[in-house]
Write a protein that binds this ligand. Structure first.
Ligand code: MG
Length: 306
């Protein structure tokens, strides 16, 4: 594999940073001991695959069966649904997916309150409602429940107090998720939405402190464009804790609808041997019936180039 000097330096800086942080995930990702020397070890791991999913709301259609039929036709692999009221939809979703090649992926939020609220009653409300969703998520074979500890305005806690509160609650929630057969997926956002966890590395460091196999992270190309210095670096810092990706352009439309390039991030996913889903969470300029299949094709080309 030919590797440019820039890529080599990036890989070296990333692996150095990962090792400095003591991230076990670095070793799991096959980038241990790389420094600037181990170029071979930063080559893509075998087995990475681009599995494209979509949030249910992104797909046009009058009901779930109609949406699923379109997703199959458009070469989409997975479905992401919202968590609110999920417990009432388990039977419906299971039966629609049973007759389809579309697989269940992550569950997007839908709980009450905020895990990092300064109000203990709101934190409890959050934990209780998360458990209901996690049970349903497990029944559906979901990758995990996507959560943000607190959006801007949802907490008065600072970083030190906020982290303590998170670490007080996450071990129990992760164990609950694990028993249910799913995971907790911490999503970093950009600063306009949350100041607390903005980098995949921040999320990974919190999950490392939790130290539970169900404590996992995800990355969102839209937020990453605002906050990360390297898409590849961001994904590598997640290592094996990276279990979901959101797809959106710079202006949060379908990939391919602006100048955003995905190849650097996809290279990172290939290095990790990533086999989980990359899911549309975005708007659309124009007719989705035309634009979604175009975006799928664009992403598969970007993956090939990466
Ligand atoms: Mg997202």
């Amino acid at each position: 594999m030919k590797i440019s000097r820039r890529e080599l330096l990036t890989a070296g800086v990333i692996s150095g940073a990962a090792m400095a942080a003591g991230l076990a995930s670095g070793a799991q990702a096959g980038i241990e001991d790389t420094g600037l020397v181990g170029v071979k070890k930063s080559e893509p791991k075998k087995g990475a695959v681009l599995q494209i999913a979509s949030q249910e709301g992104r797909i046009p259609g009058k009901d779930l069966p109609e949406k699923i039929a379109k997703m199959e036709k458009w070469d989409i692999d997975g479905l992401e649904v919202g968590g609110r009221g999920l417990e009432k939809r388990v039977t419906e979703i299971k039966s629609v997916l049973a007759n389809s090649k579309i697989k269940m992926t992550a569950i997007c939020a839908g709980f009450d309150g905020a895990l990092m609220s300064d109000d203990a009653a709101i934190r409890k409300q959050c934990v209780d409602s998360m458990k209901v969703i996690l049970t349903a998520a497990g029944e559906l074979g979901s990758t995990g429940l996507i959560y943000v500890p607190a959006f801007n305005g949802q907490t008065k806690l600072d970083h030190i107090e906020g982290r303590k509160v998170l670490l007080d609650q996450l071990p129990e929630l992760c164990e609950f998720a694990s028993q249910a057969g799913t995971r907790m997926l911490l999503e970093p956002l950009n600063r306009k939405e949350t100041w607390y966890v903005r980098l995949v590395a921040d999320a990974a460091a919190i999950c490392r402190d939790v130290g539970h196999p169900a404590a996992c992270v995800m990355g969102d190309f839209y937020h990453m464009f605002v906050e990360e210095t390297s898409d590849m670096g961001a994904f590598l810092s997640g290592g094996e804790m990276l279990r979901h990706v959101h797809l959106a352009s710079i202006r949060r439309n379908l990939p391919g609808q602006d100048e955003r390039d995905y190849t650097n991030g996809f290279k990172g996913l290939k290095m990790l041997g990533y086999r989980d889903f990359c899911s549309f969470e975005c708007g659309c300029i124009g007719d989705p019936e035309v634009e979604i299949p175009k975006s799928v094709k664009f992403l598969r080309e970007q993956w090939k180039k990466a």
